[in-house]
Design a protein around this ligand. Structure first.
Ligand SMILES: Cc1cc2nc3c(=O)[nH]c(=O)nc-3n(C[C@H](O)[C@H](O)[C@H](O)COP(=O)(O)O)c2cc1C
Length: 181
């Protein structure tokens, strides 16, 4: 199963990178598949560590999809890295193997620590709609504009029906972004 997460990694100078990434979930092992040109891939190759953050805040996926944001964070417990302050729970990872075959690496990592910060509340359709819209926003160079418009119109209906203010704001942010592309 692939879970959508915010992956935090650190460069040699201690600069933290936050990126939305779908990861292959496992209790003992997690597989990451960053494209070779991402900062996440570069940092993982150098530091051999990452933190996978689970959060219900869809805004972070929206912001991460269209920019390189810095979010509030705390030091990780076991690895050299950072835990997202907005995480419900997290896993700290040590890289075991890297297959850097283009275009997308496969990085097998071992879970060396796990922690939780707050409750993860239940399914919300608007949050999932924002996640889908965020992924589409990263693919504007690959997909026809008409397809993106149609998908956004469909997702907006779900947001209008089920969102809170945070999801509405996240969807507006993404809509503005794709309109300008
Ligand atoms: C929900 C979601 C899942 C994503 N999953 C991946 C992924 O598995 N691998 C990847 O390289 N990019 C993925 N992306 C795109 C990256 O987040 C995006 O390219 C980001 O700019 C890369 O960040 P970085 O260069 O800071 O590491 C995903 C985006 C979203 C919104």
């Amino acid at each position: 199963m692939i879970l959508e997460t915010i992956v935090t990694t650190m460069d040699p100078g201690g600069v933290i990178n936050f990126a939305p990434m779908g990861v292959e979930w496992g209790e003992e092992t997690i597989v990451l598949k960053p494209f070779l040109e991402t900062t996440t891939f570069r940092n993982l190759s150098q530091s051999r560590a990452a933190v996978v953050n689970l959060t219900d805040d869809a805004m972070l996926f929206a912001q991460g999809a269209i920019s390189s944001p810095q979010f509030p964070s705390l030091p990780a417990t076991v690895v050299r890295g950072a835990v997202l302050e907005a995480a419900c729970s997290w896993r700290e990872l040590e890289v075991q193997a890297i297959d850097a075959t283009p275009p997308r690496a496969r990085i097998d990592a071992r879970v060396v620590h796990r922690g939780s910060r707050r409750e993860f509340i239940g399914f919300n359709r608007a949050r999932h709609a924002v996640l889908e819209a965020a992924i589409l926003a990263t693919r504007t160079h690959l997909l026809p504009a008409e397809q993106i418009r149609e998908e956004y119109a469909r997702l907006q209906v779900i947001v209008d029906k089920t969102a809170g203010p945070r999801e509405r704001e996240a969807m507006d942010l993404l809509t503005q972004y794709v309109r300008n592309r």
